[in-house]
Ligand binder design. Sequence first.
Ligand code: GLY
Length: 406
Amino acid sequence: MRNSCFLLVAGLVMLTGCSQQFDVGQHIGYCHQQVKHSLSELAPIDYTQTPRNIGPEESHWNLKDAKTSEEWCSGFFPGILWMCGEKEQAARYTQELECLAYRPAYDHDLGFQMIGSFLKGWQCLDEKSDADKATKDHYRQVLIDAADTLATLFNPRVGTLLSWPRNVGMFGGHNTIIDNMINLELLFWADQQLKEGQGSTYDGRLSRIAVSHADTTMRYHFREDGTINHVAVYDTITGRHIRNCNHQGYDDNSLWSRGQAWAIYGYTMVYRYTRDAKYLDFAQKVTDVMLSQLPEDHIPYWDMRDPKIPDTYRDASAAAIIASALIELAGYVEQDKAQKYIREAQTILETLSSADYQSRDRNPAFLLHSVGNMPAGSEIDASIIYADYYYIEALTRFNNYRNTWK
Ligand code: GLY
């Protein structure tokens, strides 16, 4: 029923004209121009150095060493290049990250590193071209191997992946952060590939790990109203849930916006792979509580419970992640809800696409005004690569949605 509603719902959403005014093609064109600007500024390109951020007083990308496991953002620039049709450059950046799949897992961010690069590449390459087919086969194997590496972080007593092995002492146990939800996609996707390819030897292990992580997180990580704490801590030996606490948000009782965005995107993605209604219901719960708190222009404050609101920073990255997730979620729900989610996504994208948020000639990123890690004083009010990644993903999803129902 939920899925069969999609065609009708999407058609009705378009017929009501709620998404007609926004010129999404113009903003996708803007992103393509900015990418060309970045590539020309980066030339001659060192593909081991990945664009990460541009501070509020700066005008050029700060680069990071893409091949270190610590650089969690190294998949996003190749992902942007894949989505903007810069195939050759995307493939060269992507290839540099292969080594990450074959090292012991440093932390859960292996998912972010691989999904933006190899998985986006796999999705964008053309099955019908012989050259692309060979590259796709290669990417598929790297992704399956990376999923096996990521799965080594799973603690079966807890039921989740250990997000930050280096921080077990600091948190006093097995820690799982809400961001980790995104990286379950690597496990689900690899499992799906193995299911198609392995026949009777397929055992569903990766999918079971991802489902266990999603279920355990759903049970322990959230407050009654569906809002998140950044970190859940479990006893490494017994698996018992010990406590939840803050890390990148304002405090233990606050609502770190990007964390909530990861939950919205994460549970929507889990529903895509499992088609289990409990995840769809939960995705709506964590979405609705966030939407009910957004300011009028729909760009979240970096933390929705910062006492300095409205005199504090917005987070464009959280807005972009939420917009992208909303467009997917709209495809799974009943008509009224779908209309609401599309309208909310459109409002976010309209604000992000305004002169207040687009970087335009100030720098080669797509967007201004994201917050990376406020408590650490890092990347405050900056252009950050993952905001751009989810913005172009959201614009592309919005465009596909609209084109399908023209
Ligand atoms: N660790 C991902 C984030 O800062 O959202």
